[in-house]
Each structure stands twice: as C-alpha cells, then as structure tokens.
Design a binder for this molecule. Sequence first.
Ligand SMILES: *[C@@H]1O[C@H](CO)[C@@H](O)[C@H](O)[C@H]1NC(C)=O
Ligand SMILES: *[C@@H]1O[C@H](CO)[C@@H](O)[C@H](O)[C@H]1NC(C)=O
Ligand SMILES: *[C@@H]1O[C@H](CO)[C@@H](O)[C@H](O)[C@H]1NC(C)=O
Length: 346
Amino acid sequence: MAWKPGLLLPLLLLLLGPAPARSFGQLPLVLNTWPFRNATVAAWKTLAAGGSALDAVESGCATCEQQQCDGSVGFGGSPDESGETTLDAMIMDGTTMNVGAVGDLRRIKNAIGVARKVLEHTTHTLLAGEAATKFAESMGFINEDLSTNVSQALHSDWRARNCQPNYWKNVIPDSSKYCGPYKPPTVLKRDGITYEDTAQSYGHDTIGMVVIHKTGNIAAGTSTNGIKFKIPGRIGDSPIPGSGAYADDMVGAAAATGDGDILMRFVPSYQAVEYMRRGENPTTACEKVISRIQKYFPKFFGAVICANVTGSYGAACNKLSTFTQFPFMVYNPLKSAPTEEKVDCI
Ligand SMILES: *[C@@H]1O[C@H](CO)[C@@H](O)[C@H](O)[C@H]1NC(C)=O
Ligand SMILES: *[C@@H]1O[C@H](CO)[C@@H](O)[C@H](O)[C@H]1NC(C)=O
Ligand SMILES: *[C@@H]1O[C@H](CO)[C@@H](O)[C@H](O)[C@H]1NC(C)=O
C-alpha cells in the first residue's frame, strides 16, 4: 500500500506537532472496491456535510446504483436467465451491529436505500424477492422496470449463444450445449466439472464500501446486480452479513467482491475483521482471507478490502491470468483527492 505509517507519520508529526489521540489524521476514511470514484466522492461529501458513517455508505452505494457503475451495480445490468435485473444490497452499522439487507430485489432501483429502511424500520436483517419489493413500495420507493436496451441486448445475445455461459450442472439437456428448461437426469453421473477462471467473463462487480467517521463510528455496505445470466432467485454474497461486508467499531471493517457463490462459503468479511481483532494489520488480514479460499478454489475471482479502527487499510485479491491487480478507492485527510490505489494479487 502507498500508505506507509512507518515513514509518513514521523514526518507529519514533526511538521504538524502532536496528532490528536488515535486518529493520526487518518480519519475519516472512505474505502471502496474498484475505481468507482464518484461513489467515494459522494460518501466523502456526505461526511463533510455532517452525515454519519451509515449516511456516507448509503450515498456512496446509491451513487453507483444511479450511475450503473460498470453495469454491475443498479438497474439495466446483469440480466438473469429470464432477462430481468435483480438487486442485492446490505448496510451494516458497526456501532450497534444492526444490519439491513435485501436480496433478489425486483423493480426497485435504490437497493441500498431499501436495505437502510430494513435497518431503520424493522427488526429483521434480510428481506428477499417480491416481498422485499412490496416492503420497498410501502416505504415509498417506486416500482419500475429495471431492464434497459443494454440489458435486453445482453440477454438476447446470450439466448443466441445457446444460453452460454450458465450455472447449471448435471442436468438434461446438457447445459454446456443447450438452453433449458433443465431437469435432473435419472442417473446422476458426476462429471468432475472443474471451477473455471471467471474473471474474464464477469470483470468488475459489486461496490463494497467501508466508512470510518472521525468519531470512530464504522459502517460498511454493498450493492450489486449480481452475475450475468444467473438462475432466477440466486442471491450472492453481497447482502449476507459477514460475507459481502462486516463492520465492528471495536476493530474495523471489510468488504468483498468477486464470485459471490464461492465467497459466501467463507464469510470473508467477518473473517478479515476477526483476523484484525487478533492483531493482524489490514493487509495481512485481507491476504489471509484470500489464501483460505485459494486452498479450495485456486481459480476463484475475488478481492477483499480491509480497514482498522485507526484508519489503516489494505486489500488483497486472488491472482488469475486475466486479473493480476485489484484497483480500489481511498479517501482520507492525508489525500487531497479521492485516490485510486492498486494491490498486486497473490
Ligand atoms: C461521475 O460523475 C460525473 C458528474 O456527475 C459524470 O459526468 C461521470 O460520467 C461520472 N462517472 C462515471 C464513471 O459514471
Ligand atoms: C431502446 O429501444 C427502443 C425501441 O426498442 C427505442 O425506441 C429507444 O430509443 C432505445 N433507447 C436507447 C437509449 O437506445
Ligand atoms: C491498524 O493497522 C496498523 C498497521 O497497518 C497498525 O499500525 C495499527 O496498530 C492498527 N491499529 C489497531 C488499533 O490495531
């Protein structure tokens, strides 16, 4: 990481005199996955206007939803097998350990906004599918089509390619050649399907964001439209607390991005926070999470960002042929502008 406390801090202290206790000028911090700069700016502006860490995470992720960051957040991206775009989002308050989340949300654009309403107005954690849409409508959100010409074109191209790629296995007709509907075969023949390197086909996905307020309150959140051509009903890691993101004021926070079907089996954001609780620095915590998954899925596509309470941060990613560096955004008082940094994958 560009941030080297060992070198920079003594210099700053010399120039500026004693730093206030604990913050070392590193707070507040906005940290998010991918070069989604406008999201970083929105979160930072929210803090500057007196907003909380939760407000900042919400506005940062909502910006990506409106601007359809990389086509992988918000409406008009990642159509499922039926051509519909559905959204997953979560927001977590590291002060109270409250979480609001939505999975497989349909026909509502502002998924992180609905997640915030789950947090603020219910004692539940996660709402899903059509019923989550009903909840959103009751909270004042507009029910509207999330399809666009772009998502419709993606879907018709996929149909024209015999529905390749898809996420079925061990079915008839053969899912590697034909479209569905599929059925289980009468005799299940294990075909030893190996997990393929998916970075090329899916590229960027999911905004994951961590915000530490200058008072030390921490929030984390995610928003995504999932993966292209998913089986309808599929919910990824993003809205699952501890998987997509996790925050604890006592320790720090983390967020993950990549192949959610793999990531969620390892609860990576929770695990990263637990490594930091045990004394690991953020970079090591992130790396340890990636290495645990690598042992089972050497070709998984994924990255994690980590920050501790004092505002130090790090990231790690799994190295693939097409994905060797992971870019992420950082904004703190030591930077004059939101800054893109890159970490080499391991
Ligand atoms: C960022 O925001 C600016 C101004 O609001 C907009 O012109 C630009 O297209 C946005 N960038 C992306 C990548 O959406
Ligand atoms: C989308 O497609 C419709 C017709 O299918 C067309 O009228 C409209 O102009 C298209 N919109 C864009 C932004 O291309
Ligand atoms: C946060 O991480 C930095 C190293 O990156 C470390 O120096 C600092 O002690 C950590 N803070 C806490 C509270 O563990």
